[in-house]
Design a protein around this ligand. Sequence first.
Ligand code: HEM
Length: 216
Amino acid sequence: MTVTAAQETVPSTALSTLMREGSRAEHTSAENSSFMSDLLEGRSSVERYAVFLRQLAVVYEAIESVGDALASDPVGSAVVDAALVRSAAIEADLRFIAGEDWREIPVGAAATAYASQVRETTGDPVRFVAHHYTRYLGDLSGGQAIGRILQREYGLTEGGVTFYDFPLVPKPKLYKDAYRARLDALPLDDTAKQRVVDEVKAAFALNEALFAEMAA
Ligand code: HEM
């Protein structure tokens, strides 16, 4: 039997699958970090949570300013979406929990390093996609449960948890499926896909470093 070129071609794995599979170990490790476990099991405090949110403010400022710059880029536009933007929600939560002076809460080395690595991707949209995915798909997944736990464990029932609330994403599961489909439609070769996966791992490591600093 003659084998045609098409039959010989091994279909390359979808980018979204490579990203999820490639960061599985990193995800488990982030979930089990002592800062996350303490927070989710009620052993932290609203004050500690505000310090954490202050760090996230810096990280999301970076992701969202690079996102603005790449909104019309052929690669960046696959993920950038105003419905996801978190900076205003983070600011509202910090104002609720810590008051008008929330900007005086110090920003540590880990968040500074994380934000600066994100900003470096302005000229490299393929790597930016990895940072976008790691935070927002996380917020739309485990983040949804984290918001409910924060309300229950720390009494944040009157405010302070809008970070987990995506009014423009009523069905996170459908949104994530469409997001993954857009990733998979990007015309990236295997080398570019590997760069995305490597940067997802790096993004998880930056999150873990942030958790480690929070636990210290
Ligand atoms: C205790 C903390 C966490 C819990 C309980 C948790 C839980 C989950 C769960 C259940 C999913 C699967 C959702 C689905 O099938 O649609 C998920 C997906 C995800 N999580 Fe987490 N997570 C946690 C922490 C994190 C952290 C710290 C990050 C990164 C900063 C993260 C990033 C992601 C990403 C990117 C996905 C999407 C995976 C994919 O489908 O491609 N998660 N998480």
